[in-house]
Design a protein around this ligand. Structure first.
Ligand SMILES: Nc1ncnc2c1ncn2[C@@H]1O[C@H](COP(=O)(O)OP(=O)(O)OP(=O)(O)O)[C@@H](O)[C@H]1O
Ligand SMILES: [Mg+2]
Length: 256
């Protein structure tokens, strides 16, 4: 059954005087893979921070797993990799294993013993992002894309049901973006993790995600990726005339 695990109603938010989010209504079904797109400064990160309880709700409602966000305590069910994760100080002397294990402190507390079971979880998380072979490597000795996978593993180690990623492909080169999305697809389909991702890869995402939300202070569009494709075609033909649609049409049948 498709149930909503994140439900947002009439949400507005302002930092000082400027309203950055206005009347957002959005519901995210369990098992979906949602991409949030929008220009710089359109409120994408702000929306994620509100969902994560990092910013205080001002107006509207957020329900997480059916519970009002103010009462919600089960934060280990929601994993998060921030937009700044890729500017993390990687001179910090820690191994890949240690970085991922640090994701468990919320769960086991700072001073409790690290058990064999915890170790197995760290290795599972590293395997899920295909980085187990690097477990003893220093975090600073990895490429940007590899580091990003390690940060995802750190978010996965507490076995969240939802994973929220803010521009995770920024440090990933074009060649590896595909492999990166394949890994996300695996987390979504095989591990059943609901994904919510902010991205500027507008051209490459629509066949990789189940839903798309276009944000620019207001939510201009929210629907499944097929509807989004349709909308993009209409936008193009409005902007360039109907020739574009003819070309696209021919292209669909493999000929020119
Ligand atoms: N802590 C803050 N205090 C005041 N204004 C802020 C703060 N954080 C963000 N803003 C402003 O709120 C607006 C939305 O910012 P936000 O970071 O949510 O945008 P974004 O869509 O994530 O952009 P980007 O694509 O650049 O990451 C911007 O105009 C930004 O300048
Ligand atoms: Mg942002």
């Amino acid at each position: 059954m498709m149930t909503s695990i994140i439900e947002i109603k009439q949400l507005s938010y302002r930092y000082d005087k400027d309203t950055v989010l206005e009347n957002i209504n959005l519901s995210i079904a369990e098992g979906s893979f949602l991409a949030i797109v929008g220009p710089n400064g359109s409120g994408k990160s702000t929306l994620l921070k509100l969902i994560l309880g990092l910013l205080k709700l001002q107006k509207g409602e957020i329900h997480l797993f059916g519970q009002e966000i103010r009462r919600f305590k089960d934060w280990q069910r929601i994993g998060y990799v921030s937009q700044k994760a890729n500017s993390f100080n990687t001179d910090f002397p820690a191994t890949v294993f240690e970085v991922v294990a640090s994701g468990l402190t919320k769960r086991i507390g700072m001073f409790n013993r690290f058990t064999k079971e915890h170790e197995a979880r760290v290795l599972d998380a590293l395997e899920a992002v295909d980085m187990a072979q690097f477990k003893n490597r220093n975090i600073g000795e990895l490429s940007g894309g590899q580091q990003q996978r390690v940060f995802i593993a750190r978010a996965l180690v507490s076995e969240p049901q939802v994973l929220i990623l803010d521009e995770p492909t920024v440090g990933v080169d074009a060649e590896n973006v595909n492999a990166f999305y394949q890994m996300l697809d695996y987390l979504n389909k095989s591990k059943g993790i609901t994904l919510m991702l902010v991205t500027h890869d507008i051209g490459t995402i629509s066949d990789k995600v189940s839903h798309v939300a276009c944000l620019n202070k207001r939510l201009h569009f929210h629907g499944d990726s097929k509807e989004f494709e349709q909308l993009r075609m209409e936008d193009m033909s409005n902007a360039y005339g109907h020739d574009v649609q003819l070309l696209t049409h021919h292209h669909e049948y493999g000929g020119r």
